[in-house]
Design a protein around this ligand. Structure first.
Ligand code: SF4
Ligand code: SF4
Ligand code: SF4
Length: 352
């Protein structure tokens, strides 16, 4: 791709021909706010907050949709630009029930963040009540279309990224809203509950049901780890407070999943804090499973394995590794089977 040179806010910058102005600015640490553009959904041009002034072009230009050109002179921070961005954000804040202190997204909302950067405390426009009833029919996701800003990120995510093709923009004019299938409640729709739309939503329009009421964006620590379910190794953030996982999100900047997760990886973490979870080994005594110490359990297992090997030979024993353990643990299990038991009967659950 050809290299071009352009000037943004007095800085001479190199860019690829065809690259958007927004992307050039971001690469060079120049802040331009946006609510609809997302590096993974790309298709944008909806929110109009990313306006900039380009010398020689009339009015303001939408920087996410305008390609950088050689010799362009761009301004991202003039009085007119700031006033325009403020007006658009104030219209968004007035367009629905944006009562931040009671919102699940409070503390991790991109609309709230942009409003703060622009110094907006309250919209100057009267707040409208769209009157949508909150859709809690999905077991994992709450939809509050009163907080939707029509950014289309969820739609691109569902249709183009995970290709589940469940949601679209329905109705027209002031009633335009995101619908599942033919406007079914989400819980009755063909949604497979991957949560991609929740991950991409910049506001509190789509939120995690299990985190509801837990202020999951306040006083939490984000712990990066690897999803424990299968061998793909998706990267996740655990949002933790007081040793409790409040929600899980995908790590957008990392391979292999770039933020996407399946239903298990995103929502299947209850077992971690479950009271039913086994915390010590069980050995069957007189027909009943009873809790024992690790020493007793290991001695018992070693004795039984030796007995089976002596009576029936090493190939009567098989070891199956687990995708939820580390590679190192699986390696040790393989060494135990081959080096100690003396069999090549080794397999792994992720292979089946
Ligand atoms: S969606 Fe964002 S701006 Fe709207 S109420 Fe929730 S936190 Fe506030
Ligand atoms: S949870 Fe997944 S399948 Fe369901 S609407 Fe969202 S992106 Fe589509
Ligand atoms: S539900 Fe969220 S992601 Fe979807 S269009 Fe509305 S604000 Fe955007």
């Amino acid at each position: 791709m050809n290299k071009i040179t352009l000037n943004i806010d007095g800085r001479e910058l190199q860019a690829k021909s065809g690259q958007s102005l927004l992307s050039v600015a971001r690469e060079n640490g120049i802040y331009i706010p946006t609510l609809c553009y997302h590096p993974r959904t790309k298709k944008a041009g909806k929110c109009r907050i990313c306006v900039v002034a380009v010398e020689g072009l009339p009015g303001l230009q939408v920087s996410c949709s305008l390609a950088a050109a050689d010799g362009m002179i761009v301004h991202t921070y003039t009085k007119k630009i700031i006033e325009t961005r403020k007006m658009i954000v104030e219209l968004y804040l007035a367009s629905g029930k944006h009562d931040c202190p009671t919102c699940e997204a409070d503390g991790e909302c991109e609309l709230q963040d942009v409003a703060k950067v622009l110094g907006i405390e309250k919209s100057g426009f009267p707040m409208s009540d769209k009157g949508y009833v909150t859709d809690s029919s999905s077991p994992m996701i709450i939809r509050d279309m009163n907080k939707c800003i029509h950014c289309y990120r969820c739609i691109v995510g569902c249709n183009d990224l995970v290709v589940n093709e469940v949601i679209e923009m329905g109705y027209r004019g002031s009633r335009m809203t995101v619908v599942c299938d033919l406007d079914s409640p989400m819980g009755d729709s063909s949604c497979v509950i991957c949560g991609e739309c929740v991950q991409l939503c910049p506001t509190g329009a789509l939120t995690e049901k299990k985190a509801a009421g837990k202020e999951s964006n306040r006083d939490t620590v984000k712990v990066r780890t690897t999803c424990p379910y299968c061998g793909v190794g998706c990267q996740i953030f655990l949002h933790v407070r007081d040793n409790e996982i409040l929600k899980v999100t995908g790590v957008e900047a990392a391979k292999p999943n770039y933020g996407s997760l399946c239903i298990k990886g995103r929502f299947g973490y209850d077992f971690v804090n479950s009271h039913d979870r086994l915390k010590s080994p069980l050995v069957r005594k007189d027909g009943k499973l009873v809790e024992v110490s690790w020493d007793e359990a290991l001695d018992y297992t070693a004795k039984k394995l030796s007995q089976i090997k002596n009576d029936h030979g090493p190939d009567s024993i098989v070891g199956i590794g687990c995708a939820r353990t580390t590679n190192e643990d699986n390696y040790l299990m393989m060494k135990l089977m081959r080096g100690v038991i003396g069999t090549n009967n080794v397999d792994h659950c992720a292979r089946t």
